[in-house]
Design a protein around this ligand. Structure first.
Ligand code: NI
Length: 215
């Protein structure tokens, strides 16, 4: 691994940690406002952020070129990841985890829609996304939009992303926080899986939440 890449990965891990703390703080605050919404987590993953206000209305374009809004996915569970297709390390790993988790869940996971939302709308066109998403899962849907539409959806989902010019690379790269959000049919945040949560952990947590008929 090049020193520049290593430095970037450390920076992303630090940013994700920071954003997670902010997210957890949000969750606790929301719980303070709505004690009834405190969820019992089967294994303790991200119980502090369950119920936090993450998400909201969006208008984007899917990898087939069709305009979509959040309404297209309401009623289904969702696993949402934000990243970009030219990401060298973390995005592919996290998307692989989503694919593995869905494969392991089998029929139990059929009502879970996996979504990959780009943080790099300038380069991630529907065409680019359509080639990329199939590498991870046949049902993975890639979403992009105008820079403003992406800015809005990043804000709604509390995702940090910024262009970085790496001197070791000819083109820019993106720093971004890395979370897999597990969202329920009513647009409610059920869990946040982090880089250190492996797909086995995710599968167990998702199974527990689906079988308890959460939220
Ligand atoms: Ni990435």
């Amino acid at each position: 691994m090049s020193p520049a890449l290593k430095k970037r990965l450390i920076r992303i891990a630090a940013l994700s940690g920071l954003a997670f703390i902010i997210g957890a703080g949000w969750g606790l605050w929301e719980h303070g406002q709505n004690p009834a919404r405190v969820l019992k987590s089967a294994n303790g993953i991200s119980s502090t952020v369950a119920g936090a206000r993450i998400g909201g209305p969006f208008t984007l374009v899917d990898h087939t070129g069709k305009e979509v809004t959040q309404q297209d996915y309401e009623g289904a569970y969702r696993l949402i990841y934000f990243g970009f297709t030219s990401c060298p390390a973390i995005c592919p790993t996290e998307l692989q985890k989503i694919g593995q988790a869905l494969n392991a869940l089998g029929p139990a996971g059929e009502n879970i829609q996996p979504l990959f939302i780009t943080v790099d709308p300038e380069r991630d066109t529907p065409e680019i996304l359509s080639k990329y998403v199939t590498l991870f899962h046949p049902r993975l849907t890639g979403l992009t939009g105008t820079p403003q539409q992406i800015k809005d959806v990043l804000m709604a989902y509390k995702i940090y992303a910024q262009k970085v010019q790496d001197p070791a690379l000819t083109d820019y790269t993106m720093d971004h926080s890395s979370f897999i959000y597990f969202i329920g049919p009513q647009d409610d945040l059920l869990a946040v899986y982090r880089i250190e949560d492996n797909s086995g952990h995710m599968v167990q947590d998702i199974r527990d939440r689906l079988s308890s008929g959460s939220p």
